[in-house]
Ligand binder design. Sequence first.
Ligand SMILES: [Zn+2]
Length: 213
Amino acid sequence: MSSLEVMSKDESKISVKLKGISLQYSNALRRLCLNGVPIFAIDTVDIIENSSVLPDEGLAHRLGLIPIKTDLTRFNEPSKCDCQSEVGCSNCKVMLVLDSGDSEITKTVLTDELTSEDDSIKPISDKIPIVQLAPGQRVKVECYARLGRGREHAKWNSSNIATLIETAKEDERILTVESTGALTPEEIILAGVSELGSGLEDFKNMIDQLKEE
Ligand SMILES: [Zn+2]
């Protein structure tokens, strides 16, 4: 009998006990939780104006690394979206804009100035620094975020850390997952399990079947 039991959880971290699940499957689940669950990240950036000292590529890179709150229920990965378009559609792409305006003082532009067209897809915090501006400098960009996976680029990693620890009992391990903030730790585990099989029931059946063989 295989099972998955929550040992502890808080906003950013969850530990679950995996019982009766082989090492290979437990480890596959760990890897999926780390970089196989889709999350949103900024993928393309159109720079309209950038008079900061940070080069355009540096600015685009910084924007790409901002953790973006993700809603997996409403959006498709571009490769699986019905639109099948390079440009994308409202089901697979979200636009975020940033316009610092002209600054009269030296200031740090934070993520609170990056506004999203979709309220559920936005930076996980208002206070992440993006770029420093001197008086007279300005940054104006249009960004497009999409779902992706960490296997493609680390900016789409769903977890900062995912570890598997053996317990004293046979076929019992503790999986601990620490979220980047894009998804809740529970959402990562559930999406990981669903990626591994098609839902927990299939996963259980698959494990049980393997045992019978
Ligand atoms: Zn689409």
